[in-house]
Write a protein of this length. Structure first.
Lengths: 194, 105
């Protein structure tokens, strides 16, 4: 995974860079918020680890610009904070679009755990995007198109990717239509006895 | 992380810290001279984060004090606060130079 580090303290950069590269990630380093934005805008990455207070754009401004960038896949944004960062500041950061926090001094295990969460969330966003792309759904009535064999494809895909099972029923519109077809074919269905 | 790798990383971190800190302290003095509180606050913040990697608690506390004080403008005691940070850094430097020499063995 390619990860962008936005941090002006070279010691923290080294700790992060060493840890991330040690575990097989590719790292892009920016020493200011503005430089981080330029690098991201030129080539978006899926994970950003950013300090809050930096020259140029600060961490929250960087996060807002990332969130506002059109046609950009979801980017997991981790903000570096001090241990004593108050709740109000954390809430402010969450509202700006930050996904997670890492406290300084940096701890290798904490970095790795946060990255595992990031990978999991990014995998979910990928699955949701694929699901959205795969299922042709009516914008108005939300019915899934009943092309030949399409039900099977959607069901098996959703089952494989989410573990969901389907119970089969019939919607009122289709019920009326089927009854009408049967009636035209001369089939009469007696009402169920009480 | 192997012992050699860990040792060389620590040596490299110490070297970076010892090289970078005087520059950030100088930036803090410059910010004080120019009465730019945001730059002063940021310099203190950077030093706080940087020193925390080495467990330099007294230096970290001195940086945190300046960072807090500079949040709402350039504080009256800023020059003394920077001097306190510099003094703590002198002690940290001695300890880290000793540590670095063991990394090089």
């Amino acid at each position: 995974m390619k990860i962008l580090i936005a941090e002006d303290d070279p010691v923290s950069v080294k700790v992060l860079q060493f840890t991330l590269e040690h575990y097989g990630h590719a790292v892009v380093v920016a020493a200011s918020g503005s430089e981080a934005w330029e690098k991201f805008d030129a080539e978006p990455v899926r994970v950003i680890v950013s300090d809050w207070m930096m020259p140029g754009l600060d961490g929250l401004q960087l996060c807002q610009k990332v969130r506002e960038r059109p046609k950009t896949e979801y980017t997991y944004f981790i903000l570096l904070t001090a241990i004593h960062t108050g709740r109000e500041n954390l809430r402010h950061a969450m509202n700006a679009g930050v996904d997670d926090f890492l406290t300084k001094p940096l701890d290798r295990e904490a970095i790795l755990m946060r990255l595992r969460v990031a990978e999991r969330i990014l995998e979910f966003t990928k699955q949701i995007r694929l699901l959205k792309e795969l299922i042709p759904i009516c914008m108005y009535c939300k019915k899934v198109r009943d092309d030949s064999d399409y039900w099977d494809q959607v069901e098996s895909y959703i089952h494989v990717h989410t573990g969901s099972n389907f119970s089969h029923g019939i919607c009122p519109t289709c019920f009326d239509q089927q009854m009408s077809n049967l009636s035209r074919a001369g089939v009469t269905i007696a009402p169920a006895a009480d | 992380m192997g012992a050699d790798q860990g040792g060389s990383l620590l040596g490299s971190l110490i070297e970076t810290f010892l090289e970078n800190t005087p520059q950030v302290i100088a930036a803090a003095r410059e910010a004080l001279a120019g009465r730019v509180s945001a730059e002063l606050e940021r310099a203190a913040h950077t030093l706080k984060g940087s020193s925390s990697n080495f467990g330099a608690e007294r230096m970290g506390a001195a940086c945190a004090e300046l960072e807090r004080a500079a949040h709402d403008g350039v504080p009256d005691g800023a020059a003394a606060m920077i001097a306190a940070i510099e003094s703590e850094f002198a002690s940290v430097r001695i300890a880290l130079e000793g540590e670095r020499s063991t990394c090089l063995v």
